[in-house]
Design a protein around this ligand. Sequence first.
Ligand SMILES: *Cc1c(COP(=O)(O)O)cnc(C)c1O
Length: 385
Amino acid sequence: MTELRIPSELLPSDGRFGCGPSKIREDQLNNLVTKYGPLLGTSHRQSPVKNLVGSVREGLLELFGGENSPAGALGASALDDGYEIVLGNGGASLFWDAAAYSLINRRIQNLVFGEFGGKFVTAASAPHLEPPVVINATPGSFLPAQPQAGVDVYAWPQNETSTGVAAPVKRVSGENVDPDALTVIDATSAAGGMAFDYRELDVYYFAPQKNFGGDGGIWFALMSPKAIERIERIAASDRYIPAILGLKAAIDNSRLNQTLNTPALTSLALIDDQTQWILENGGLNWAAEKTRASSNLLYEWASAHPLTTPFVEVPELRSPVVVTIDIDPSIDALEVSRILRDNGIVDTDSYRKLGRNQLRIATFVSIEQDDVAQLIKSLEFVLGA
Ligand SMILES: *Cc1c(COP(=O)(O)O)cnc(C)c1O
C-alpha cells in the first residue's frame, strides 16, 4: 500500500481539501497580484487601503444580510437593521479573549460539541466573570442551549470544524432568557459557505482562512446594534480591558475602515476578492447550495461504501462544509490520508484530538464539485487496493 500511485484520471484537478488554511482559487491568487498588487506594501492609514477595508465591510454585509441571503430573500436587510461589520487582528482565537473582556457581562453559556466550542470556554474562564455554563454534547452530536436566568451570552459554533457537526443558528427563547442576552456564533468555518438568518444572532465572527480562502491572523464580525450597545456599555465601565482585546476600539476603527494596528493586507485582498466572487455568483444562497451539493456526494458515497460511514449520525447535523468519514478499523485512516498526500491530495486527516479512525474533508465554497467527485474515485481506488 505504501507506494500506491493513484491513476491520474482518478485525481482531482486541485488536491486541497484541508479545513484551513484552505484552497485559494487561482483567480483569487492572480487578482492578488494584478488587481490588489499596487496596494500591497502601502500605508493602511491612506485611502487606497481604507477603501479596500470599506469594500470588504460592505461586501460582507451584503453577503450576510443582502438580497441573496436567507433573510434578504424574505425582505429583510442587515444594513437597514443597523448591523455592522467589525474587524481586528488576531483571528478567531483572539476574538474569544476579546469577548471575555469586551462582550460578556457576567456569564456565558457555551455549547460544546468539539474542540473549537471548548476553546471559547477556556477563554471565558476569566477571573472577572462567573464560570461559564457548559452544555456538553458527545462529539458527532449536538445539544441546544438551555434558557437560564443570569446568562448574558449564549455561544456556539455554527460549524464545529473538529467533528463536522453543523448546529442550528437560532436565538434562545423562553421565560428564563434575560431580555438583553446575546447570541454569539463562531462562524469561522461556516461563514461564506453556510446559510443563516442574521436576525437570529447578535455576533457572527470568523477568521477568513476557510471558505474565504484568506490568510489567518484577522477576524471579522457581523454585529447587531444590541451587541454594539453591550460592547459600549462594558467599555464605559471600570473593567480593565487590554487594548488589543477592546471591541469598542475595533468598532470605532472599523467605522473608519481601519484597524487598531497594522493588518495583513494580502488577507484583506483575498477576502475582498472572494466576497465579490460569491456575490457575483448568487450570494450566500448560491454558496450554501454549492457546499451542500458537494458534501452530499461524499455523504452518499460514504453511506453506501462497505468500509466507510459518515461520522455524524443525524443527517440534519451533517456539515455541508466539513465532511467527517469513519473508516473501517481494518484500514488505518492515517495511512489512507498519507497515500492521498503522496498523490497530491492533501490535508484529509481527521482532527487529531478527536482520536478517531477517520478522514475529514473540506467542501468549502471554492472547492469544485467535480474535484469532490474525483476525490471519491481516488478514495475508492485506495480503499480497494
Ligand atoms: C479554524 C477555527 C477556529 C480558529 O481560528 P484561528 O483563526 O486559528 O484562531 C475557531 N473556530 C472554528 C470553528 C474554526 O474552524
